[in-house]
Every structure is written in structure tokens, then in C-alpha cells.
Design a protein around this ligand. Structure first.
Ligand SMILES: Nc1ncnc2c1ncn2[C@@H]1O[C@H](COP(=O)(O)OP(=O)(O)O)[C@@H](O)[C@H]1O
Ligand SMILES: [Mg+2]
Length: 350
């Protein structure tokens, strides 16, 4: 995805319409591939984040929906005294919020303690939003975690085979087929009501956490907040925060899930997640496997489709990512018995 090009004049007229007329500097910020993000300094000393939501992905109707969701979530959190994104102005697709300077952001988890912190912060986030008043939050990206839909997209990609790559992924397809039967487990437990729908973040990575000097954490990047299962957020934390290597590491001998990180992540999450039901607890370990499988399926699908969705740096990039995620699934499966023991012990200690 290409980044947008904006002149200082264009940005200044946006800022002016938002009531900011004393800016001193505008700098590109962030590493996201979806939005254009800028830090804006002003002569008063106050700084802001100015962001333009991608209009190629979100049409005007979706932009308004996103705005309604963000303002509902952040004003609810603020009403409870929870520090969150502080919108100063929102004129879709542009929005302006306060810049928090007294914090640190980590790009990747490099210690078990950080795994604990991220687990604890997202448990608090789930807890803080557990009594968000009705109506049900609108869905910015419907069926985001419908694993069966993801598999359907893979099947379609295979039958179209537009890039003539289907023949190259026989081993990966075998891997998928072995696990197809269990892929719908969380979706069907939710449909039957056994696993409750809650409000979740859907991008539970450490670089979406601002660690404030006072020890608290502020969760940002709220564009994918939607109804869903907390198991999706926990699963994605297991996928990203317990991994021994980046998700595009090609040397698979370096790719596995680290037990001490899983233990601390779970300790942090469980310590803050008193709301969990037994059905959710029973699926925490499985959720890690499923989230990782789901992302692997998406990379594989994009590879077969000729790399139309994820940004790639070389022709096999998506295939390397898919293999990496599937190796991670295998590691999580191998560790499952031990991980279940860890989770069980954390609950008996509580
Ligand atoms: N309000 C804020 N205060 C301080 N830093 C921020 C703020 N919002 C975002 N950032 C920084 O900018 C980065 C990117 O912002 P984010 O909203 O996560 O967008 P994306 O992930 O799409 O690039 C964050 O990881 C963080 O380092
Ligand atoms: Mg982010």
C-alpha cells in the first residue's frame, strides 16, 4: 500500500479547520500501512497526532461508521476515568488527537516481563469495555475472525488460481486440511452462546500500547475495535508475544513459541481477566493455535491470489510468512499439554 502524498499547505488547511493555527512542525510518524500519520507540534507546546484514514479501504460510509465507533468507545472509557485516545477533532477521513509524550512504545516483546505487561493491559482493556452500553457496537470489518470464511477465501483462491501458484503449495494445503475440522470451533461456540461476545481490540500487539511513566498503559490504534471473542485477542497475543522470531523469518528452525513468554503473558492476562467464563478458560490455549492458523491461512491465500492484500518485499514473501505461521502452529500444538498445565496452575493460584 502506497503512502499518500500531502503538501504542508493541504495539512495546514486541515489543521486550520480543526482550530489549530499555531503549528511549528509536522513530521511523518508511525509505521502502519493503512493510515497516514503525522505528529504536529504547536507554539503553545502542545503536540498532536494527525491521521488520515485510508480512503481506498474505507469508503465515506465506512469512514462515518468508524468515527461513530471510535467516539463511542473513547468517550465511554473517558467517562470511567480510563486514559485513552483523546480526540480533539474528527472530520473524516482526518482526525486529530493529543500526543502523549511521557511514554515509551516497544516494537516487539523482548522479555517475559513485557509479555506479562501486554497480557495485563489487554485484560484491563477487555474489562474496561465489558459494560459498554447498548446498542451493540457496529462492525468496522464484518466477519474479521470468521475462520471458516477465511478458509472459504482460500478455497476460492485455489479454484481461481490466477497466479498459477496452487501447484506450489501442496504441503501447506495438506497442513490446512488436517486442521480444517477444528477451525470453526470458536465461531460455533459463539454462535451457540457458549462463548460470550465481548468488545475486543483485534490488533493486540505491543506497539499499540503506550507505557506511561506512572506505570499505567494506554491502548491505542482502536480502528478495529469490534464485538468478538476475547479469545481472538488472547490468541493473537500468543501468536505475536510468544514467538521466537519475526513472522517472516524464513529459517523455520528459528521459529517456535517460547514457554516462559507464554507463562508470563497468561499470568498477566489471567490476573486482570476475572470475567472469563469456564468455556473461555478451556479454550485459551487452543485460541493461540487458531489465531496463528488463521493468519497463516490468510498469508497463503494472498500468495495464491498473487499478493494483492499484504505488502510484500519479494515474490515468495507471503509463502514464507504462511510457512512461518504454520511452523508456529506446530510448536503451539507440541506445547499444548504444558500450556494447559500452566493455565490450570494460574487459576488454582488465584
Ligand atoms: N497519542 C499518541 N501519543 C504518542 N504516540 C502515539 C500516539 N498515537 C500513536 N503513537 C505512536 O505512533 C505509532 C503508530 O500509531 P498507530 O495509531 O498504532 O498507527 P499504525 O499502527 O497504523 O501505524 C504508535 O505505535 C506509537 O508509537
Ligand atoms: Mg499500531
Amino acid at each position: 500500500m502506497e503512502r499518500g502524498v500531502f503538501t504542508a499547505n493541504e495539512i495546514d488547511s486541515v489543521l486550520e479547520s480543526m482550530g489549530i493555527t499555531d503549528r511549528t512542525a509536522i513530521t511523518r510518524y508511525g509505521s502502519g500501512h493503512i493510515n497516514d500519520t503525522f505528529k504536529v507540534d504547536t507554539s503553545s507546546g502542545k503536540s498532536f497526532i494527525l491521521q488520515r484514514v485510508n480512503t481506498a479501504i474505507f469508503d465515506p460510509q465506512a469512514q462515518e461508521l468508524l468515527k461513530r465507533v471510535l467516539l463511542k468507545v473513547t468517550s465511554f472509557l473517558k467517562s470511567k476515568g480510563v486514559k485513552t485516545l483523546d480526540f480533539v477533532a474528527y472530520e473524516a477521513p482526518w482526525r486529530l488527537y493529543s500526543y502523549y509524550g511521557d511514554c515509551t512504545v516497544n516494537e516487539v516483546v523482548v522479555s517475559p516481563l513485557q509479555a506479562y505487561d501486554i497480557g495485563r493491559a489487554f485484560a484491563k482493556f477487555h474489562n474496561d469495555l465489558s459494560d459498554l452500553p447498548p446498542p451493540r457496537l457496529e462492525e468496522v470489518l464484518p466477519k474479521f475472525h470468521d475462520t471458516l470464511e477465511r478458509l472459504k477465501a482460500l478455497d476460492e483462491a485455489l479454484s481461481n488460481d490466477v497466479a498459477n501458484r496452487a501447484a506450489l503449495v501442496a504441503d501447506e494445503l495438506k497442513f490446512v486440511e488436517k486442521r480444517r475440522a477444528q477451525a470453526g470451533r470458536i465461531v460455533s461456540l459463539m454462535a451457540s452462546g457458549e462463548i460470550p461476545e465481548r468488545v475486543i481490540h483485534n490488533d493486540s500487539k505491543i506497539n499499540n500500547l503506550l507505557f506511561m511513566r506512572d506505570g499505567s498503559a494506554v491502548i491505542i490504534d482502536l480502528d478495529t475495535v469490534m464485538p468478538g471473542s476475547v479469545l481472538s485477542d488472547f490468541g493473537d497475543m500468543v501468536r505475536t508475544a510468544t514467538a521466537s522470531a519475526a513472522e517472516d523469518e524464513a529459517d523455520l528452525s528459528k521459529v517456535y513459541s517460547k514457554k516462559e513468554y507464554f507463562e508470563e503473558l497468561s499470568r498477566g492476562y489471567i490476573s486482570g481477566a476475572a470475567f472469563l467464563t469456564q468455556a473461555e478458560i478451556d479454550n485459551l490455549v487452543f485460541a493461540g493455535q487458531l489465531s496463528t492458523f488463521e493468519v497463516g491461512v490468510r498469508f497463503l491465500t494472498d500468495y495464491i491470489n498473487g499478493d494483492t492484500y499484504f505488502h510484500t518485499s519479494y515474490p515468495e514473501h507471503n509463502l514464507v510468512r504462511a510457512r512461518n505461521q504454520f511452523k508456529m502452529v506446530e510448536s503451539l500444538e507440541e506445547n499444548a499439554e504444558e500450556y494447559e498445565k500452566i493455565v490450570k496452575e494460574l487459576f488454582t493460584k488465584k
